[in-house]
Write a protein that binds this ligand. Structure first.
Ligand SMILES: *Cc1c(COP(=O)(O)O)cnc(C)c1O
Length: 342
């Protein structure tokens, strides 16, 4: 497909092969100079650690076309730093933060024809990743790695309006208390396919993962972080060593406190105390916020604000963050990185 053939108003979230990706290789103990290439295929030895032992990490962020046609990346340094933490957990070499950000900018600029127009409410999803390229089939870290960044256009997440989604708790765990849940490592996701499939089969959008040790507290909602809002205007989000520290969640915490005067709490969210919340949401790069209509736990359905409409504070937070991302509202210092377009 060519960029000119894309119908930017009817895009979903699905990989499209765009023109350029950035690649850099780690060999002999250092990163070789990276470059943009056109080939979307990679040749990897059959014994590579990524295939057998899951030595791989990834990130996800977005680029946005603004009304004035300039291009924003949202907090790429946060993703760069988080990838370094993921790499350290899997004994992979870290990729420098400034080079990570430069690679994301270069890939967006090289694929600018694929960046949806402002009016479409679409954006460009940027996917940096790193994989172990070799291995001996002994369980040891690889010595050679690929760091790469590719990008593809994605549509507006809420085509039919900002509509609530329904979740059900899962008996499965996505992570162990001191395992890899706090790191964006590929291995966490294969195990989430079955619980997600079961939730969808039962008529829900996705499942809620409870804390793996006691199954009494909310950890994650699908592959997003949870937040709830109490009637006295406190923004509450779980704190745990096994949840993925979401950049979107961190951003909402800051906006909730600094711009909307909410109290903010990171702490326990007991699954049997959902009635303390008048609104709830799932947050992450893909949707920014998916308002949560209901959570069903052991056959009991708890409805938050409404099953058909997002709550007013959820809506305000969503509009503020999306406004910042598209350059329509003032960004806190350091949140926007401009991508050069000429
Ligand atoms: C990526 C991810 C999130 C959301 O993080 P963002 O930085 O906001 O995109 C939440 N939970 C899981 C499990 C994730 O993989």
């Amino acid at each position: 497909m060519q960029a000119a053939e894309v119908d930017f108003n009817h895009l979903g979230f699905s990989y499209i092969e765009t023109d350029y990706r950035y690649v850099a290789r780690y060999h002999d103990g250092h990163w070789e100079p990276g470059r943009l290439i056109k080939d979307a295929q990679i040749r990897v030895n059959e014994a590579a650690n990524i295939f057998h032992y899951g030595q791989g990490v990834f990130e996800g962020l977005k680029a946005y076309r603004c009304q004035d046609d300039s291009v924003n990346l949202f907090r790429p340094g946060q993703n760069a730093a988080r990838m370094q933490q993921s790499c350290q957990r899997l004994l992979m070499p870290t990729f420098p933060v400034d080079e990570f950000v430069a690679a994301c900018k270069a890939v967006v600029k090289a694929n600018l024809d694929w960046l949806p127009p402002y009016q479409s409410h679409g954006s460009m999803y940027v996917r940096p990743y790193m994989i172990g390229l070799n291995g001996s089939l002994q369980i040891h870290p690889a010595t050679d790695y690929l760091f790469s960044v590719f990008a593809f256009p994605v549509g507006a997440y809420f085509k039919a309006g900002f509509k609530p989604v329904d979740f059900v708790t899962s008996d499965y765990d996505r992570a162990a208390p001191q395992g890899t849940g706090a790191y964006k490592v590929g291995g966490n996701y294969a195990g989430s396919l079955l619980p997600e499939m079961l939730a969808i089969k039962a008529g829900y959008n996705d499942c809620v993962y409870l804390d793996p040790a006691t199954h009494t507290k909310i950890e994650e909602v699908g592959s997003a972080n949870f937040f709830g809002i109490t009637p006295d205007h406190t923004f509450v989000t779980p704190k745990s060593p096994s949840i993925l520290p979401s950049v979107t969640k961190r951003s909402l915490l800051a906006l909730a406190g600094d711009r909307f005067g909410l109290k903010t709490v990171e702490g326990d969210v007991p699954i049997d105390q959902l009635a303390t919340f008048s609104e709830a949401g799932a947050c992450g790069t893909a949707a920014v916020i998916a308002p949560i209509g209901s959570i069903t736990h052991r056959g009991k359905r708890h409805v938050f604000y409404s099953e058909t409409e997002a709550g007013p504070i959820t809506k305000k937070l969503y509009d503020e963050l999306v406004g910042i991302q598209y350059g329509d509202r003032p960004a806190p210092a350091g949140w926007i990185t401009k991508v050069p377009t000429v």
